[in-house]
Design a protein. Structure first.
Length: 345
C-alpha cells in the first residue's frame, strides 16, 4: 500500500460512526475540515443504534429522555451541512505513514483513504455478545433468540424469557413488560449488578405479579424450525424445569476487541488508547482518540464526555490541516460565518 493518485483524499478520517464520531464531524465541519467516516457496522449510530436503538438515554444535556436511534437521527440531521462520506460495513484494516506526512488507511473492502489526521472514535472497538453455553442456540438466533432489541413492537404479546443480572437485562425487563404477554427474568443469584433503581422497580413488579423472577440458569432450548417453545431452567431448589417461551433474550455482556486498531502502533493501556486531555491526541502525532476507546485520569465513559473531547480534538486537528491559517474561536450563537455554514443565517 502506498500513495497514488487513485486514493481518496480528505482532511480527516474518523474511525467509528457512533454518536461521538458523528459529533466529531460537526466540530470538524465548523472549522472547514471535511471528513470520511469508516464503521464496521452497516449503519451509523454505533452501539446506540445496534444494541439499544429504543432504549431511553437520560443523561444528554437539555434532553430529558431520548432513544439511541433518536440521538443518532438528530446527529445525522445536525451534520447534514458538512456532507460527510460514510464507508459502512468496512473495517479499518491497515495504517501507513506517507512521506508527505499524511496517513493512509486501507479497509478490508480495499477502500484506500489519505488524510493528514485520523480520529479513532471506535467506542469499545468491535464488539460481540457473550453467548450462553447452549449447544443448539445457533438454530434459534435471529428468529427467537436475540442479543439486542431493535424494534420493541416485534416483541408485543410474546412470552419472553430474559437472562442476566446487569443493566441491559433489567432495562429490557422493565421496558418490555408493558407490551409483552409475559416476562420471566432469570438470574443465577439474588444480587444484581444493575442500577439499584432498576432492581427496585423490577422487584415491585414481581411483588404485584407483573413479571416472574427465577433464580437459576437457562441450560437448554426447545423448539422447532428456529422457533422456541420452551427454555429449560435449572435451579438448586427445583432441579430442571420448563418455562414456556416465544423469545429468549440473553444479556451476558459484550466481548470487546480493538481489532486491527491494536496493530496501529499506538501505546495501549488495557485495550484502551491513552490520550492527553488538552488535545485528545494519542502517543502518535496526528492520530486522535475520543469516546469510550480512550483513557486518561478521571475518564468517564459517557456520551457527553465524548462530545467534549471531540470539540477539543477539532481545535488541534485544524492546526495540523491548516498550519498557515490562524484559528479563531467562534460561537455558533453569534458568528454569522458559522451560521452560514450551518444554513441558519
Amino acid at each position: 500500500m502506498s500513495a497514488n493518485e487513485n486514493n481518496i483524499k480528505t482532511d480527516a478520517i474518523i474511525i467509528g460512526a457512533g454518536p461521538v464520531g458523528l459529533f466529531a464531524v460537526f466540530e470538524l465541519g465548523l472549522l472547514d475540515i471535511k471528513a470520511h467516516v469508516i464503521d464496521v457496522l452497516d449503519r451509523v449510530g454505533g452501539q446506540c443504534a445496534e444494541l439499544y436503538p429504543e432504549k431511553p438515554i437520560y443523561d444528554i444535556p437539555a434532553i430529558p429522555v431520548i432513544t439511541g436511534q433518536e440521538l443518532t437521527d438528530n446527529l445525522m440531521e445536525q451534520i447534514k451541512p458538512f456532507n460527510p462520506t460514510f464507508h459502512l460495513g468496512q473495517m479499518a484494516d491497515s495504517l501507513e505513514k506517507l512521506e508527505n506526512g499524511n496517513w493512509l488507511i486501507k479497509t478490508d473492502a480495499n477502500t484506500v483513504i489519505e488524510a493528514p489526521v485520523i480520529i479513532i472514535a471506535a467506542g469499545g472497538g468491535s464488539f460481540t455478545p457473550k453467548k450462553p453455553p447452549i449447544s443448539n442456540i445457533g438454530e434459534f438466533e435471529g428468529k427467537s433468540v436475540f442479543y439486542s432489541v431493535r424494534k420493541m413492537n416485534d416483541f408485543k404479546y410474546k412470552d419472553i424469557v430474559i437472562s442476566g443480572g446487569g443493566d441491559s437485562a433489567l432495562d429490557w425487563t422493565l421496558n418490555l413488560q408493558p407490551i409483552a404477554k409475559s416476562i420471566t427474568l432469570v438470574h443465577r443469584r439474588e444480587e444484581f449488578r444493575a442500577a439499584p433503581d432498576s432492581v427496585n422497580k423490577m422487584k415491585k413488579l414481581v411483588e404485584i405479579g407483573k413479571i416472574k423472577l427465577q433464580l437459576g440458569q437457562v441450560v437448554a432450548l426447545e423448539g422447532r424450525d428456529g422457533q422456541l417453545e420452551n427454555v429449560v431452567l435449572k435451579s438448586k431448589e427445583n432441579g430442571e424445569f420448563n418455562v414456556k417461551c416465544d423469545i429468549f433474550l440473553p444479556f451476558y455482556g459484550l466481548t470487546m476487541k480493538l481489532g486491527p486498531i491494536a496493530n496501529f502502533g499506538l501505546n495501549l493501556d488495557r485495550n484502551l488508547i491513552p490520550v492527553d486531555t488538552e488535545k485528545f491526541e494519542t502517543s502518535t502525532k496526528r492520530i486522535f482518540s475520543i469516546g469510550d476507546i480512550n483513557y486518561y485520569p478521571g475518564k468517564l465513559k459517557l456520551i457527553l464526555s465524548g462530545f467534549h473531547e471531540a470539540a477539543l480534538m477539532a481545535q488541534q486537528a485544524f492546526r495540523y490541516i491548516y498550519p498557515e491559517k490562524k484559528l479563531r474561536f467562534q460561537y455558533t450563537t453569534s458568528s454569522s460565518n458559522l451560521q452560514e455554514k450551518l444554513g441558519v443565517k
